[in-house]
Design a protein around this ligand. Structure first.
Ligand code: AMP
Length: 395
């Protein structure tokens, strides 16, 4: 696996695919710069080597050229974060972009216009990718968030760089973290899968059964398993057409010696609202008119023990409706347990969608080993898929 350390960037122009798809407010100010900050180590390393950086990214989902999606809006923020002047060019391919790239001196940074102003980007057009490749000497992919897309700048462009391509620091870290869970993780390995639906996690569950010793199934997903086993779940969320599948997963887990942990009790609410009346109930004895919205106290204690016994932990999906304060306790308790296990030396990876939001909201970000930056890309990695953006560098 080639990384930045395999190259000396002195007098080289690095063409870097970054993920600067950041949220902007109505004044076009960046409201969350996490993605820019995450790309900084890669950019600084190349500049310190004596190279220059040509940054390319998409922003939003423009239909053709739309000023509101121009990367010019974020150039100032990028410069602030890097502490380096950033030149912006309002093209990403063609003569103007090529001239700007040619004039770039060691130590300088050039930001290209939104790649998705050209439909060829998402189409993975080879001629467009070739035009992009004209801009730099070495291709660096540091955009994990789009690594599951075979777009021109994330995948196709790599073929024009043969052995002059590598992963940036961020992407390398993501690959390493996933590898620690899926391949080289110290046992016992635990996966906590929560969230709303079995259907959106089924491929992950099936793939992960070969890699883990313990599996916690929490959140809304748990109720399909409980109902399939004959429990009464009241008005809790459930996918009736996935009950057979749930039983099959439990059977597979048993065959593979994976211990499955499902909540034994829940916080039940009489309404899907923060102000609902609540009571603690056994998960399989929920009367009609009540729905399970969070893990109950016994479940939290049991999950704590499982987490504390694990050396490698993957967390994807909340244990309850964490967006409502009254139902966030189970997710917070799990976060605390994982933080404690991490402090004791376990490796913990949080990734994919809402668990990342939960971790940030409750301040666990610095208390786990790694928080993934890619939602869809992370989920596809956990499903065992080879991401095209990663494969293109390895080829
Ligand atoms: P996912 O994107 O699949 O990880 O699902 C995250 C969503 O699952 C969050 O919006 C949670 O509110 C929701 N969720 C978790 N537990 C429950 C539950 N018991 N009932 C309904 N929704 C839930």
């Amino acid at each position: 696996m080639k990384t930045l350390n395999d190259f000396n960037f002195e007098n080289k122009k690095a063409l870097i695919r970054v993920d600067f798809n950041v949220p902007l407010n109505e004044n076009f100010e960046v409201t969350d710069a996490t993605r820019i900050v995450s790309a900084k180590p890669t950019i600084i390393k190349i500049l310190e080597d004596g190279g220059s950086c040509i940054l390319m990214s998409h922003l939003g989902r423009p239909k053709g050229v739309q000023d509101e999606f121009s990367l010019k809006h974020i150039a100032g923020k990028v410069a602030d974060i890097l502490g380096v002047e950033v030149n912006f060019v309002d093209q990403c391919v063609g003569e103007k972009a090529e001239t700007a790239a040619t004039n770039l001196q060691p130590g300088q940074v050039l930001l290209l216009e939104n790649l998705r102003f050209h439909k060829e980007e998402t189409a993975g057009n080879v001629a467009f990718a070739k035009q992009l490749s004209n801009l730099g000497d070495i291709y660096v992919n540091d955009a994990f968030g789009t690594a599951h897309r075979a777009h021109a700048s994330t995948t196709i462009v790599a073929q024009f760089f043969q052995d002059k391509k590598c992963f940036g620091n961020l992407l390398a870290q993501e690959i390493e973290s996933i590898g620690k869970v899926m391949k080289t993780g110290e046992k016992p390995v635990l996966a906590v899968l929560g969230g709303a639906k079995v259907s959106s996690k089924i491929t992950i569950i099936e793939n992960i059964l070969d890699k883990v010793d313990h599996l916690i199934i929490g959140g809304g997903m748990a109720f399909t398993f409980i109902k399939a086993q004959g429990g009464k779940i009241g008005n809790s969320i459930c996918e009736d057409d996935k009950k057979e599948l749930a039983l099959d997963i439990l059977k597979q887990a048993k065959e593979k010696n994976v211990q499955v942990h499902i909540p034994v009790d829940v916080i039940a609410a009489d309404d899907f609202s923060n102000d609902a009346n609540t009571q603690v109930l056994d998960i399989n004895k929920i009367p009609d008119g009540w729905e399970g919205v969070d893990a109950g106290p016994k479940s939290r204690l049991h999950f704590h023990d499982v987490v504390m016994d694990s050396k490698t932990i993957l967390w994807n999906g909340p244990l309850g409706v964490f967006e409502m304060e009254s139902f966030s306790g189970g997710t917070i308790a799990l976060g605390n347990s994982i933080a404690e296990a991490t402090k004791n030396g376990a490796f913990s990876l949080v990734g994919g969608g809402d668990s990342v939001a939960a971790v940030k909201q409750f301040g666990f970000e610095d208390k786990v080993s790694y928080v993934s930056t890619g939602g869809g890309a992370m989920l596809e990695s956990l499903e065992g898929k080879t991401l095209p953006g990663i494969a293109a560098i390895l080829e």
